[in-house]
Design a protein around this ligand. Structure first.
Ligand code: GLN
Length: 200
């Protein structure tokens, strides 16, 4: 079976574990380098990106994360997780680092404060069957992408879903909706990557 980890330092870990199981993956929380080494792919959940960043350094998992993402491990970040996958953040808090992996510049809290959180229908390239319900909670948007990154979705003119190779990121939270199509897309990415590696 495919084993997919959820970075379990802070944030909505449990919802992602449930969504992955619904999309037919074996899902596991990941906190330590030894746990990271055992997964075929990883989700970085929503939460608070500065906290996730600092805990990743504290748990000694930041450098192993960067190494695996650079080596092509499939990775999917939602909201704070999107921020963690950005090569550059516009307005980092002090001590805030990212894993990187997607050639994009992300603006934190771009859609406004907590009480300006909202839901909106979002059409995502590569996700069949109509728009997904996008849940935006103090969400970032992508200010700009480099040549290697592909924009998958926009909301009101702002980029909210991006893919670069095996790295996927959304501003919103599919794990909170009961619609598992985005998780299924990620599980497919992980399966294709593992099958390609096995064929070598
Ligand atoms: N605003 C949070 C941050 O900057 C992200 C919010 C979320 O993940 N729902 O990390």
């Amino acid at each position: 079976a495919l084993v997919i980890g959820v970075l379990a330092l802070q944030g909505d870990v449990r919802e992602h574990l449930i969504a992955l199981a619904a999309a037919d993956a074996v899902a596991r929380p990941v906190r330590r380098p030894e746990e990271l080494a055992e997964v075929d792919g990883l989700i970085v959940p929503g939460g608070e990106s500065t906290t996730i960043s600092k805990l990743a350094v504290l748990f000694g998992v930041m450098e192993p994360l960067r190494a695996r993402v650079q080596a092509g491990m499939p990775v999917y970040g939602t909201c704070a997780g999107m921020i963690m996958l950005a090569d550059k953040i516009l307005d980092p808090r002090s001590g805030q680092e990212t894993i990187g992996g997607i050639d994009m510049i992300v603006r934190r809290n771009a859609f406004g404060r907590q009480n300006e959180s909202f839901e909106a229908a979002v059409d995502i390239a590569g996700v069949e069957g109509g728009p997904v319900e996008g849940v935006f909670i103090r969400a970032p948007w992508v200010e700009s992408v480099g040549a290697r990154a592909e924009v998958l979705a926009e909301h009101e003119g702002h980029i909210v879903a991006v893919r670069q190779g095996n790295a996927l990121a959304t501003s919103f939270h599919p794990e909170l909706t009961g619609d598992h199509r985005v998780h299924a897309l990620f599980v497919d990415m992980v399966r294709e990557n593992r099958d390609a590696a096995g064929a070598l």
